[in-house]
Design a protein around this ligand. Structure first.
Ligand SMILES: CCCCCCCCC/C=C/C(=O)SCCNC(=O)CCNC(=O)[C@H](O)C(C)(C)COP(=O)(O)OP(=O)(O)OC[C@H]1O[C@@H](n2cnc3c(N)ncnc32)[C@H](O)[C@@H]1OP(=O)(O)O
Ligand SMILES: NC(=O)C1=CN([C@@H]2O[C@H](COP(=O)(O)OP(=O)(O)OC[C@H]3O[C@@H](n4cnc5c(N)ncnc54)[C@H](OP(=O)(O)O)[C@@H]3O)[C@@H](O)[C@H]2O)C=CC1
Length: 341
């Protein structure tokens, strides 16, 4: 096995778990008293030389993106923050953007301190609600001004709330569709008009595992299906401009503190584990690695594609349990069902 080129997360002195893995387990311990996952926690993990930010240990070459500039929406938390960390590690200049400035500021301070002096990497933030056309235009123009261009756009910012479709108000439906579909469209259109049209570039859209529908999150499932199709259309329209565009569909559940905090019951993300063939949640690092792959020259012949990163979950059981019922009777010539249909 090749040696990791960088200093990796410290290992536990009692087992082979990294600090990063242990941090996740500790959070699971807090949130998951009802789940069986705790059986894996057999002892207290002790770390030598603890640091707050886990060191990146990317599988990619450290200078892979040393001459690149990326925008990562939602880059201050969860999956987006891990993508940002890995891009920085690979030498990229990264602009992170979302609505909450305090979170962005904190992430920039934290991640800036991890950049080595010899690296060309850099990070800054801009406040941008991707639902706001002017703010999206500003994100692109300010990034070009500050970093001299844009090579990558990672449309990661997004989300939803769980609700039966019958209870979704129009305002809530619009909020989710405007965030995930319209917001992604605006970012794609603006990066194209302001930079990619003349210079090319690569886009990766983060969607969800909606391949068997997305019950209880139907607004998000519909919006992300729109993004998947947008990905296909733009891969054709913009090929002649040197633009590649793909989607990544994380599945099962990808645990982070912020993702879990979006739900009244923070164990919801872990609740999908029994329906994942891999029998675990995915990690933010696993999503980041697939994004970096799609941005990299290893993927120069891949465009218009959606990569499922889900431990096989999209092929397996649906999370939605349908109660026993007889509300959909069969049609036969013997019985007149017209009154029941
Ligand atoms: C079950 C399956 C297992 C699922 C098992 C686990 C699978 C996980 C798969 C996916 C996981 C993730 O995506 S994890 C990542 C999650 N991260 C996020 O969701 C972060 C971003 N999300 C958001 O900001 C919000 O959810 C979003 C609605 C999109 C935008 O909110 P805003 O407040 O900005 O929007 P506004 O324009 O003010 O409109 C808010 C309106 O939305 C509606 N609304 C908002 N939150 C609501 C809520 N909790 N319940 C009802 N309705 C709500 C109301 O109508 C609100 O209006 P009023 O009534 O007037 O207030
Ligand atoms: N975690 C999971 O299991 C899965 C996640 N996903 C998707 O991955 C992406 C990242 O989620 P994750 O990291 O898990 O969760 P987080 O809640 O940590 O990330 C969501 C990010 O999106 C940003 N965001 C939300 N709305 C907007 C907006 N209108 N404009 C700009 N930024 C916005 C948020 O920042 P701010 O609040 O500052 O605006 C936040 O940084 C999301 O699209 C999510 O739906 C998909 C499948 C599974």
């Amino acid at each position: 096995m090749p040696e990791c080129p960088s200093v990796c997360t410290p290992q536990c002195t009692n087992c082979d778990k990294s600090q990063f893995q242990v941090r996740h387990r500790t959070l699971e311990k807090r949130f998951l008293p009802k789940f069986n996952i705790l059986k894996h926690l057999s002892h207290d993990h002790k770390m030598a030389g603890q640091t707050l930010v886990p060191n990146v240990c990317s599988v990619f070459r450290e200078d892979l993106f040393h001459d690149k500039v990326a925008i990562v929406t939602g880059g201050g938390t969860g999956i987006g923050k891990t993508i940002t960390q890995e891009l920085l590690h690979l030498g990229c200049k990264v602009m992170i953007a979302s609505r909450k400035v305090e979170r962005l500021k904190k992430a920039v301070t934290e991640l800036k301190s991890t950049i080595s002096r010899s690296s060309l990497a850099d990070i800054d933030y801009l406040q941008c609600n991707i639902r706001n056309e002017d703010e999206v235009k500003n994100l692109m123009s300010q990034t070009i001004k500050q970093f001299g261009g844009i090579n990558f756009l990672v449309n990661n910012g997004g989300g939803q709330f769980p609700s039966g479709a019958g209870d979704i108000r129009l305002k809530g439906w619009n909020a989710v569709v405007e965030t995930n579909l319209t917001g992604t469209f605006l970012c794609c259109r603006e990066v194209f008009n302001q930079w990619f049209k003349d210079h090319g570039g690569v886009i990766v859209n983060i969607i969800v595992d909606n391949f068997k529908g997305f019950p209880l999150m139907s607004h998000s499932g519909a919006a992300r299906a729109g993004v998947e199709n947008l990905t296909k259309s733009l891969s054709i329209e913009w090929a002649e401009y040197g633009v590649r565009i793909n989607s990544v569909a994380p599945g099962g559940g990808i645990y982070s503190e912020t993702a879990a905090a979006n739900y009244a019951n923070p164990t919801m993300i872990q609740s999908s584990i029994p329906r994942v063939p891999a029998k675990r949640n995915g990690t933010t690092e696993e999503i980041s690695a697939s994004v970096c792959f799609l941005l990299s020259p290893a993927a120069t012949f891949i465009s218009g594609e959606t990569l499922r990163v889900d431990g096989g979950a999209s092929l397996y059981k649906n999370k939605y349990e349908i109660p026993e019922h007889n509300k959909l009777p069969g049609y036969t010539w013997e019985k007149d069902l017209s009154s029941k249909l």
